[in-house]
Design a protein around this ligand. Structure first.
Ligand SMILES: [Fe+2]
Length: 449
């Protein structure tokens, strides 16, 4: 039986979900890819990465349905939920961009997956993560079925808990010439949005059963926390969640209706837990304001996407306690200070896209100018873009790490949400936490530790 929350329970039971392997397996010594490097494939597809939005597959669930964590645990669900409730808190992991697109990157992916697995397996009872929420870009270069084994099932083979995911651009972009039925989102759905707790062909000889989340966008309802995951589509930039009045004809407004219904439900229920919104593409990603200070990292923020989310939050009267994203291959923590319903909210916006694929600098030199790194707490209001709303009072880049791989370990109890960023391979696991922010759930105030 895999270690983790599940290990407190009797079992195994037939037709139950399986998470990690029973035995600790050694790291793999093989890796397969058709492409020698990202660069080779990227040259072939060029501008398509800026234009080829894909259709958003509808969820099986109604817009206002939530997917209970208990359901992912099968018949053990009620017992797992009770253990979490008795502990008075839930712990979970989140990370993005774990996939390795070539053999040279694979060791980094394995190091992150091994540490997050060790973190789960070695946590004391009551502190064990209940799940991992993957923020997208699981399989590079573009979500091919034949790479799911190497890039997802093998690295996370011993992770002893459910893994949920929203697809990233690399899990959804369709390379020209892809055969019908082999589109990456079809493969993603087979492995994460399955109707059955089945072992898929992608899992090979491993035993993790497919996740049964209802769609590529969904609301995970766990004790103390609800995570609304949105699919931000297949472009390198920007993130796209909807049709935007015909700007992205392939995309529909399904997720707009979904997000509205979810926030309305939170309001109607007077939900008291933590509310998180997660997208693969980050609303904010650092770039200097002036080119004399260098240029930004590998990805810009997606402010149009944020404008839409903001608009729905404001019309429904619910703003999340924090925003999680990935895509940029580093860690960035912003505080957005907003006026909301007559109060001031501190909202952490976190980028955690250094889950194994790469680590990129926040700033690069430009035209003879050296890269000037921002200081902690830098005022970066300009990252709100041209149409900064008046109610968005401040935007601060509080802390970042563009040198190390890492993941988030998140704690939620009835009063607080704590988001910690852990570096991989820098110090011992016990000392791996580099940053932490705590949000008071009742009044949306925040302290960094
Ligand atoms: Fe990405």
């Amino acid at each position: 039986m895999a270690r983790g929350l599940h290990s407190h329970l009797a079992g195994p039971i037939f037709h139950e979900p399986v998470f990690g392997e029973t035995d600790q397996l050694p790291d793999p010594n093989g890796f397969s890819t058709e492409h020698a490097s990202d660069t080779e494939l990227y040259k072939q597809i060029g501008d398509l990465l800026k234009t080829e939005v894909v259709a958003i597959p509808p969820s099986r669930a109604a817009d206002d349905d939530v997917f209970p964590l208990a359901e992912a645990y099968g018949n053990h669900g009620p017992q797992v939920t009770k253990l979490i409730e008795d502990a008075g808190k839930i712990i979970f992991h989140a990370l993005g961009d774990s996939g390795a697109s070539n053999a040279g990157k694979y060791a980094n992916e394995l190091r992150v997956a091994d540490q997050v697995t060790l973190d789960a397996a070695s946590s004391s009872p009551g502190n064990q993560p209940a799940f991992l929420f993957h923020l997208g870009d699981i399989v590079y270069n573009f979500g091919e079925a034949q790479y799911y084994y190497d890039q997802f099932y093998e690295p996370f083979r011993n992770y002893p808990a459910p893994i949920f995911a929203i697809p990233g651009n690399h899990d959804s972009f369709v390379v020209p010439g892809t055969a019908d039925g082999h589109e990456p989102l079809t493969t993603f759905q087979r492995n994460f949005c399955s109707r059955e707790r089945a072992i898929t062909r992608e899992a090979g000889s491993l035993h993790r059963t497919a996740m049964t989340q209802p769609g590529v966008y969904f609301a995970l309802d766990a004790p103390f926390v609800r995570i609304i995951g949105l699919f931000s589509n297949a472009l390198e930039d920007p993130g796209v969640i909807s049709n935007e009045d015909g700007k992205w004809p392939a995309a529909s407004d399904l997720q707009i209706k979904f997000l509205r219904a979810q926030l309305k439900k939170i309001k109607d229920e007077n939900y008291q837990g933590a509310v998180l919104i997660a997208t693969h593409h980050p609303p904010f990603s650092y770039a200097p304001q002036h080119s004399g200070s260098g240029t930004g990292g590998n990805h810009a923020g997606s402010t149009e996407m944020l404008r839409q989310i903001d608009g729905i939050c404001r019309s429904e009267g619910v703003y999340p306690h924090a925003f999680l994203s990935a895509h940029a291959h580093n860690y960035q923590r912003y505080t957005r200070i907003i006026d909301f319903a007559g109060k001031e909210f501190d909202v952490p916006f976190i980028v955690c896209g250094d889950g194994g694929h790469n680590v990129n600098p926040l700033v690069r030199p430009s035209r003879g100018h050296r890269a000037e790194e921002p200081h902690s707490g830098a005022d970066v209001k300009y990252l709100e873009g041209k149409h900064k709303p008046a109610w968005a009072k401040q935007l601060l880049l509080e802390k970042y790490d563009d040198q190390n791989y890492g993941y988030l370990r998140i704690h939620v109890d009835k009063n607080e949400l704590k988001i910690g960023f852990h570096q991989v391979g820098v110090r011992s696991l016990a000392q791996s936490r580099y940053d932490m922010v705590t949000v008071n759930l009742a009044d949306h105030t925040m302290v960094a530790n």
